[in-house]
Design a protein around this ligand. Structure first.
Ligand code: ZN
Length: 163
């Protein structure tokens, strides 16, 4: 079943689980009020799409968080969102990206797998733009990283592929 396109935000304990499409109506800035102890945890695995108005709203949320002294902890960030965080450094200004998805291909099975990577665990490799070596969940053979690594991991090194 494909994830829903309509934006939703559900609270689970100390985490806000965002899913669907981020457009101008998501109202992200208001979420900063839900921070406690100077941080707000966002689970983003269900974000399927973000448009330019959504990116603008997202950047405003970063500014609001910085102003309020809140750190945004981003967990399980989806691939569409990682692409935007790479292109727009202001979109990660007040954020720590704890874990994120990356696209890998199994040439043996002929299938694509979206794999969850932990930023701290893989940091030494990610900082030199090396995709972590992972095994196919189906056949355990080695997976091939799909995106250009020097673009996809630029958020880890704090750089932008457009500079
Ligand atoms: Zn396989």
């Amino acid at each position: 079943m494909p994830p829903p396109r309509v934006f939703s935000c559900v609270r689970h304990d100390d985490t806000l689980v965002l899913s669907g499409a981020i457009a101008d109506t998501a109202g992200l800035v208001g979420l900063v009020k839900q921070a406690s102890g100077g941080k707000l945890v966002l689970d983003l695995h269900g974000i399927t799409f973000i448009n330019s108005l959504g990116v603008r709203d997202w950047v405003h949320m970063q500014s609001a968080a910085a102003k309020a002294g809140v750190r945004l902890i981003l967990r399980r960030v989806s691939e569409p969102l990682i692409h935007q965080l790479n292109i727009v450094p202001a979109a990660r200004a007040a954020s720590d990206i704890e874990s994120f998805y990356a696209g890998y291909m199994c040439e043996h099975c002929g299938e694509e797998h979206s794999m969850l990577l932990d930023t701290e665990t893989h940091r030494p490799q990610l900082e030199i733009m090396q995709p972590p070596s992972l095994s196919c969940p189906s056949c355990t053979k080695g997976l091939t990283f799909i995106d250009p690594a020097e673009l996809y991991f630029s958020f880890v090194a704090g750089t932008s592929p457009l500079r």
